[in-house]
Design a protein around this ligand. Structure first.
Ligand code: SF4
Length: 589
């Protein structure tokens, strides 16, 4: 496997034609995050509008996909309907491996289908099916019918991406569901599929994937596999899964409750990872190429499954979803959380965005900023029924209020006020009220994700308030993670894949130039991504952290707004400098 260019299927829905591009030097763009940004620079318009059909929707794997354990993720890149900025979202499932078994590293879609369609890509065929009969179908109903369309392909190497009503309705919180239990969740990628008139994309991995072989590769693979499966490194992800974090974060006063009105609550006893595991856990599953299996599936019993008395449903839960549609809404019963997650999944909405937005709506209702005329149903912390109905209203944009809310909490704040208590850090917050560095980091983070940097852990480990030290940490951690998201590894495996390990892994598959250039190219990718984000309108210098984040108490005591602002401004300046670094100087004509 030499350092050959990537194979990208470019599908143009306007003409109905697809062609394979040989694109990018891996030693320069690496793959994943770097490859996606390079493709967007070439084919997208960061200054254009997100819903212009000519804008590309990009899905890319990495150079190590399928070669090593947990190299299982795919990067999706697009111009976001949330803020019209260049965005990335990451998902597992079978997509990355299906692309590689289809002989591809990525799929880039431009144009708009004439009717609501399903695009199918395999090694020998590309088809666009008219699926207008799926219009308005929820994610589960659509999934059942789509599996029939692709019945002849091997299910192990086939992936199905689909959207629900939220994506068809252009919601900025619409996700793309990947193989039922994984998602391109944040920043509205589902609306891009909707804008392209695509209900679904099916990749049929109907070819072969030759593994590199050789002594170095075999022994490195064995070593990594052993490390990931027989040591404690990944145990917590498999056993209780990420919900094991609920009790420790609650004890640390870092778990957001009721729209971040509190950071700890005894009610955690009802929705801890332990309670889910004892009472509701049905099974665990894994992304393709992952021996860990952190995906926890709970059983939603008949009293919540309204459709049929004897029906039960399988619902995926993890830490972030239990925070956003549990603690943030004051729900303290695990089965209530599963019921709400189930409805959110049906609508094809991002669970984190929807939960945090509804927490804002609850406080807005409580303080009289809005009334039930807007919310249509009573919303009160701890009451699941109102939330289940409200999520359906968001997916369907039932009235002006839900139409605004489903474009993101800032869109609703612009119309109704309440910005002081909107828990938005670039987008709806992640479940870590750990302190100043995390709040600044999520506000400015590339994906506004808790996984952009390890700021939540920095807050827990570093007591001193040295803003420059925190800024240096954020810039370095960003580039460290870009190496992983370019390969594209699951970030849960970051302890196994240090920079040196990634270089060994690349060299063992014959990609020596990429291995040698890894750090320098990752820094280049870092600059390219910030350049794209800033060109598309991101203004880090003027990004705001809402007042609510200054009002809380964590294990360290009250938030120090001055320190938080120093970190925010310093990191913002570093981002602006990185974005400007490789720009051509303007010359006078
Ligand atoms: S650890 Fe979990 S998310 Fe990561 S690759 Fe494995 S199953 Fe997927």
């Amino acid at each position: 496997m030499p350092d050959a260019p990537f194979r990208i299927m470019h599908m143009d829905l306007d003409s109905g034609r697809g062609k394979v591009l040989e694109f990018g030097d891996p030693a320069e763009v690496l793959g994943g995050s770097g490859l996606a940004a390079a493709l967007f620079e070439e084919y997208g318009d960061p200054e254009g509008s997100w819903d212009d059909p000519r804008q590309p929707l990009i899905f890319v794997a990495g150079p190590l996909t399928g070669c090593y354990p947990l190299m299982s993720k795919t990067v999706c890149a697009f111009l976001s309907p949330y803020h019209n900025q260049y965005a990335e979202s990451h998902a597992g499932g079978r997509l990355a491996l299906a692309l590689r078994f289809a002989g591809l590293h990525g799929l880039m879609i431009t144009g708009r289908a004439k009717r609501l369609s399903c695009l199918t890509v395999g090694t020998r065929r590309i088809d666009i099916y008219d699926v207008d009969y799926l219009r308005g179908k929820d994610v589960f109903g659509a999934g059942k019918l789509l599996r029939r369309i692709s019945r002849r392909s091997m299910s192990g190497h086939r992936t199905i991406l689909r959207i629900g009503p939220a994506g068809e309705n252009g919601s900025a919180m619409a996700c793309i569901n990947v193989d039922s239990y994984r998602h391109f969740g944040r920043l509205g990628s589902g609306a891009i599929m909707g804008a392209k008139n695509l209900k679904a994309v099916i990749i049929e991995g109907d070819g072969d994937l030759d593994l590199p072989g050789g002594k170095d590769y075999n022994s490195l693979y064995k070593e990594l596999f052993g490390q990931l499966t027989t040591t404690d490194m990944m145990r917590k992800y498999h056993d209780l899964g990420t919900p094991s974090n609920l009790i420790p974060l609650n004890e640390l006063k870092a778990l957001p409750w009721r729209n971040l009105q509190a950071t700890t609550d005894p009610g955690v006893e009802g929705i801890s990872g332990e309670v889910f595991a004892e009472q509701l856990l049905l099974r665990q599953t894994a992304c393709s190429g992952c021996p860990v299996g952190c995906i926890h599936i709970g059983l939603l019993r008949q009293q919540f499954a309204k459709e049929h008395e004897y029906l039960y449903k399988q619902v995926n839960y993890d830490y972030e979803s239990v925070f956003a549609e549990g603690t943030m809404l004051g729900l303290t019963k695990a089965s209530d959380v599963l019921a709400l997650l189930d409805e959110t999944e049906k609508q094809g909405l991002d669970v984190m965005g929807a939960g945090v937005a509804l927490a804002w709506a609850t406080e807005a209702l409580d303080t009289g900023l809005i009334s039930e005329e807007e919310t249509l149903v009573p919303l009160a912390f701890g009451e699941v029924n109102g939330y289940v109905q409200a999520v359906a209203h968001m997916g369907n944009k039932s009235n002006d209020f839900y139409a605004a809310l489903s474009m993101g909490t800032p869109a609703a704040v612009a119309q109704y006020g309440g910005g002081d208590f909107a828990c938005v850090l670039g987008q709806e917050m992640a479940g870590y009220a750990t302190g100043e560095v995390f709040f600044a980091a999520q506000t400015l983070g590339f994906r506004h994700s808790h996984l952009d940097t390890g700021a939540y852990s920095y807050d827990q480990k570093v007591k001193e308030k040295d803003a420059q030290k925190a800024i240096d940490f954020l810039v370095k951690d960003d580039v460290d993670r870009i190496q992983l998201t370019s390969m594209v590894s699951c970030l849960f495996a970051r302890s196994a894949y240090s920079q040196e390990r990634l270089q060994e892994a690349l060299a063992a598959v014959g990609m020596t130039a990429t291995a040698d250039n890894l750090l320098e190219s990752a820094k280049k990718v870092q600059r390219m991504r910030w350049r794209l984000k800033c060109r598309s309108g991101f203004d880090p210098i003027n990004a705001k952290i809402p007042k609510r984040f200054t009002e809380i108490t964590t294990w360290k005591g009250s938030i120090d707004p001055e320190y938080m602002e120093q970190v925010r401004m310093g990191y913002a300046q570093a981002i602006v400098a990185m974005a400007a670094m490789d720009e051509e100087p303007e010359t006078e004509s």
